[in-house]
Design a binder for this molecule. Structure first.
Ligand SMILES: Cc1cc2nc3c(=O)[nH]c(=O)nc-3n(C[C@H](O)[C@H](O)[C@H](O)COP(=O)(O)OP(=O)(O)OC[C@H]3O[C@@H](n4cnc5c(N)ncnc54)[C@H](O)[C@@H]3O)c2cc1C
Length: 465
């Protein structure tokens, strides 16, 4: 055997005092025992880590913000974790309207930094999510109806592939990989060490609102929200969040890229529903709106949580709303909740095949999660989340790859729909040995075991970019 590669960067082994912290993810349920965690500082460290792993046949997991929501995505027992969280450079180029961003920076830090420069970039509801994972899986946000998904704003990236080659991807170079990383999901094609995004001038004023109702009114509020939010003014992004009955919080919030006065008129269909306990509106700077939406929060959660996610394309009938209520009555953890986010606008104007992100005909995004603290509660909460999905199944479409669910039977279809076949070809081209392989990775072309529809998709597939 010839020359063996040495790991570079900050290398943490199980006996090191830093190891217990190094192997912690946001959701403790996703934690594992990797044999080594490498905090990489530059592309060469990533190249060395990939070569090191391949020489020794060690499974690879890639990580940046540690916010993976299912086991096996960014950690695995016996694996090397290639962690990009120390790569946090941001370069804003106002002349081209782009920002080149390393994957380790957290969403909150990035959008605050850009807002201070008078620039708007999409942001979700948590400040500590890593740009590494959220961007390549799509990135759903409060401003997606104006900006599109985070992935819709990617114009270039640097990727270290399965052979340890550093690739530039853009509309001109490695175009098939450029297509795949916009929605295909983290961990599948290589380690992304930089993204270039388009950014746009920040609005002068931002309207914000919050409405709180008594928990008991959740059914009528859900129904009113879903009939209003998907078609309301495109500049208004809104969530509805219903926590477990035990918790008791039922509220809707929103960000409007316009004035408070206009916002107050737009939300009247919602303030008129039930008997709100509180109606709050304000007009603030973008920086304040970011803080309202995604305040700084801890890097690690103390509760274990399990999730499922989906898209809603037609009004959820009473039976679907009943399924949600039943979930919320049974869920024991105080953090357990059901979360709605309106889609449409720019997000739905991108054709389904233009990037790897397929679901472009949705009214809203829907997710539900159950949390617990004691190990013996886990099984019941996992079952509850799954049983709720089965009840909702007639009314829902697909799933969101960034909020994965290991119980999905046809995960590949649910995440990638009609883009699956093409993703599998890109996978076979850039990762033919399936090195980047985990519980729900993109299966390379010809290793497809999924449902009949998928065969049809594969047979008929010859789409061009
Ligand atoms: C509290 C909370 C709030 C959230 N809010 C939102 C939201 O508002 N909008 C939204 O869209 N999503 C949201 N998510 C989901 C989030 O998008 C995913 O959890 C995302 O995958 C996290 O990325 P990460 O880098 O933090 O996680 P990690 O655990 O580090 O990685 C997650 C996945 O991305 C891959 N990955 C990470 N870095 C890289 C890289 N450099 N190159 C290639 N692959 C990589 C990993 O291999 C893994 O598959 C939220 C999650 C949490 C926990």
């Amino acid at each position: 055997m010839g020359h063996m590669t040495t790991l570079t960067g900050t290398v943490i082994y199980p006996n090191d005092p830093e190891y217990p912290q190094a192997r912690m993810n946001w959701d403790p349920y996703t934690n594992a025992f990797p044999i080594v965690v490498v905090f990489v500082q530059q592309d060469e460290d990533v190249v060395n880590a990939v070569k090191w792993a391949r020489e020794r046949n060690v499974p690879i997991r890639i990580r940046s913000g540690r916010h993976a929501l299912a086991k096996d995505f960014s950690q695995a027992n016996g694996a090397i974790v290639i962690d990009t969280s120390q790569m946090t450079n941001v370069q804003l180029d106002k002349t081209t309207g782009t920002a080149t961003v390393q994957p380790g920076i957290r969403v909150g830090a990035l959008v605050q930094m850009l807002a201070k420069e008078g620039v708007l970039a999409p942001f979700g509801d948590s400040s500590t999510v890593g740009m590494g994972g959220i961007s390549t899986g799509g990135g759903i946000t409060a401003v997606q109806r104006t900006t599109g998904l985070i992935s819709d704003n990617i114009v270039g990236a640097t990727v270290v592939d399965a052979n340890g080659h550093i690739l530039r991807v853009s509309a001109d170079e490695n175009t098939d990989l450029f297509w795949a990383i916009r929605g295909g999901g983290g961990g599948n094609f290589g380690i992304i060490t930089s993204y270039t995004f388009t950014v746009r001038p920040a609005p002068f004023q931002v309207g914000i609102f919050e409405i709180i109702w008594p928990w008991e009114q959740s059914d009528i509020v859900i129904d009113a929200w879903q009939r209003w939010a998907p078609s309301v003014d495109q500049r208004l992004g809104t969530i509805l969040e219903v926590f477990s009955k035990k918790n008791g919080l039922l509220h809707s919030r929103g960000i409007f890229l316009g004035s408070q006065a206009e916002l107050e008129t737009l939300i009247t269909p919602l303030t008129g529903v039930g008997s709100p306990i509180q109606v709050f509106t304000d007009e603030v700077t973008l920086l304040e709106a970011i803080d309202f939406w995604a305040p700084n929060e801890p890097l690690f959660d103390t509760q274990n949580t399990t999730w499922s996610s989906t898209w809603v394309e037609r009004i959820l009938p009473p039976d679907g709303i009943q399924a949600i209520r039943s979930f919320l009555e049974k869920a024991q953890g105080s953090e357990s909740n059901v979360f709605f986010l309106n889609s449409g606008g720019t997000m739905n104007q991108v054709p389904p095949h233009a990037t790897a992100f397929f679901w472009r005909n949705t009214m809203y995004y829907l997710e539900w999660d159950a949390s617990w603290t004691q190990v013996e509660e886990a099984e019941k909460q996992l079952q509850l989340v799954n049983e709720t999905r089965i009840r909702l199944q007639p009314y829902i479409t697909g799933s969101y790859v960034n909020v994965p669910d290991l119980n999905l039977k046809n995960y590949a279809w649910d995440y990638w729909g009609g883009n699956l076949a093409r993703l599998q070809k890109v996978k076979a081209k850039y990762d033919p040995d399936n090195v980047f392989n985990f519980a729900q990775s993109v299966p390379p072309a010809r290793v497809c075991h999924d449902r009949d529809e998928m065969d049809t998709v594969l047979d008929g597939e010859e789409t061009t970019p």
